[in-house]
Ligand binder design. Structure first.
Ligand SMILES: Cc1ncc(COP(=O)(O)O)c(C=O)c1O
Length: 443
């Protein structure tokens, strides 16, 4: 098939209404495995040639990202600014998902005979994506699962202490609360600012809170309430010097930040690639540093749990939804062709623009740090006199922009949260700003 034919095929596919598309899926031939492979190849060829046009420009606004956006399947006019809850899958990921789930319909034999061996290929790509070894990668189903695997799997005694920040997600709080009830450990919250003024404000607070009983620091890398990017590298160093393990809840990290596990130094890191990486829900990552693996018991046990060789022993889960895992691999390929560094830079550029403009609107209080080291794609803020729910509803009704409320009124963290992923442009952010200004002026 020539490139021209590939592009034509991809275009014709785009032209299908949802009903026709479903008919084709249920029908058969047009979306055969071969056709889906060709559609993906056409997307990657398109991105590769786009990259050629922008070799000198690492993070342009406008045409480059508008062209990338075309590889997503948004409903007409939808402006998705809440990757923090669930993000969109780009087309190749969807194609891969369909391709492999289709196999279960047409030839279930291959599902158990052939697919599981391909899981290792995804593990290797994921490991390379975060600069880790495949032996350190556990393929989980989401962040919550990874956090529970760690809290449940560590041997802690009554009186041992876990430190966490005051802004943890329930998925980071409850596994430790459960352990406290069951095993008598102590869990202590360390307050962090909204936003903190510096890295030292956070590291000093944790350093001062450490006692001889402290065994674990469990902290969000990507704080869901405030958008803070916590200084994991610095905290890991402090923890390691004192023989304390560090678990990072990086639910939003994968696909938003150019993660480097060697540089971050955490013992454990849990993430949900369906938020920012473009993978389907049901896929997750738990990184377990090689040197920490002997400290962790598997929570789920089937054949292989007692192998000492790698972190694979933490995922002896029986039959898996392999199409979801392969779609995760496809999401990695999609981001790789754009470039991890370029994506992080783009996410921060958009968030930086948003924060600068927001700070010029009367009554706006930013809950997120302006420092690009302490923030990335999540921006939280409140507007004096404007209910966060009103903001969310107004932006959806007027501009079809999706954001969400976040935080807690009593804790003083209540506001809205905006996700600025690479498929947006400044014109989308300008629409949001117009809406915020309109409400702020009338408050
Ligand atoms: C910081 C943080 N941790 C954990 C979670 C839970 O993620 P999941 O539902 O994928 O397990 C979220 C979800 O938004 C989150 O924001």
């Amino acid at each position: 098939m020539t490139r021209h034919e590939q592009v034509a095929l991809a275009k014709s596919f785009e032209g299908y209404s949802r009903r026709n598309f479903m008919r084709m899926l249920l029908g058969s031939s047009a979306l055969s495995l071969v056709a889906l492979n060709r559609l993906n190849a056409a997307v990657y060829e398109g991105l590769a040639s786009l990259n050629q046009d922008y070799l000198q420009d690492p993070s342009p606004d406008g045409t480059y990202w508008d062209a990338v956006r075309e590889h997503f399947m948004f409903e007409d006019g939808l402006i998705m600014m809440n990757n923090g809850t669930i993000g969109p899958m780009p087309r190749p990921v969807f194609h891969t998902l369909v391709k492999y789930f289709r196999m279960q319909c047409t030839n279930p034999y291959d599902c158990y005979n052939f697919l599981p061996s391909k899981r290792e290929d995804v593990r290797t790509r994921l490991a390379s994506f975060i600069n880790a070894s495949p032996d350190e990668v556990v393929l989980t189903r989401n962040t919550t699962e990874g956090m529970n695997f760690v809290a449940n799997g560590l041997d802690l005694q009554s009186g041992d202490e876990v430190l966490m920040s005051s802004m943890e997600h329930p998925a980071g709080i409850h596994p430790w609360r459960l352990k406290a009830e069951r095993h008598g450990i102590t869990v202590r919250d360390i307050p962090i600012g909204l936003p903190p003024q510096s890295v030292e404000e956070i590291t000093d607070a944790f350093e001062q809170a450490i006692t001889p009983r402290t065994k674990v620091i469990s902290i969000s890398h990507t704080v869901y309430i405030s958008g803070l990017i916590a200084p994991i590298r610095e905290l890991s160093r402090i923890a390691r010097e004192r023989g304390i393990l560090l678990l990072a809840d990086s639910a939003h990290g994968l696909g938003m930040l150019d993660l480097d596990m060697k540089e971050l130094g955490a013992d454990f890191l849990s993430s949900s690639p369906y938020k920012w990486l473009g993978a389907p829900t049901g896929s997750g990552l738990l990184y377990v540093r090689k040197e920490a693996q002997d400290r962790l018991w598997p929570t789920i046990a089937s054949s292989g749990w007692d192998s000492r060789e790698s972190a694979r022993r933490f995922e002896t889960l029986g039959q898996r939804a392999d199409p979801i895992i392969f779609a995760l691999g496809e999401a990695i390929d999609f981001q790789n062709i754009i470039g991890r560094e370029r994506i992080e830079r783009r996410v921060k550029t958009l968030a930086g623009y948003l924060k600068t403009e927001l700070s010029g609107i009367r009554g706006v209080r930013l809950h997120t740090s302006p420092d690009p080291y302490l923030s990335a794609g999540l921006t939280a803020f409140s507007v004096e006199g404007v209910e966060p729910t009103r903001l969310v509803d107004y932006l959806r009704e007027k501009y079809n922009i999706v954001i969400r409320t976040i935080g807690n009124r009593e804790a003083g963290t209540y506001g809205v949260r905006v996700s600025t992923h690479f498929y947006l442009s400044t014109k989308h952010i300008d629409m949001l700003l117009e809406g915020v200004k309109y409400l702020a002026d009338r408050a």
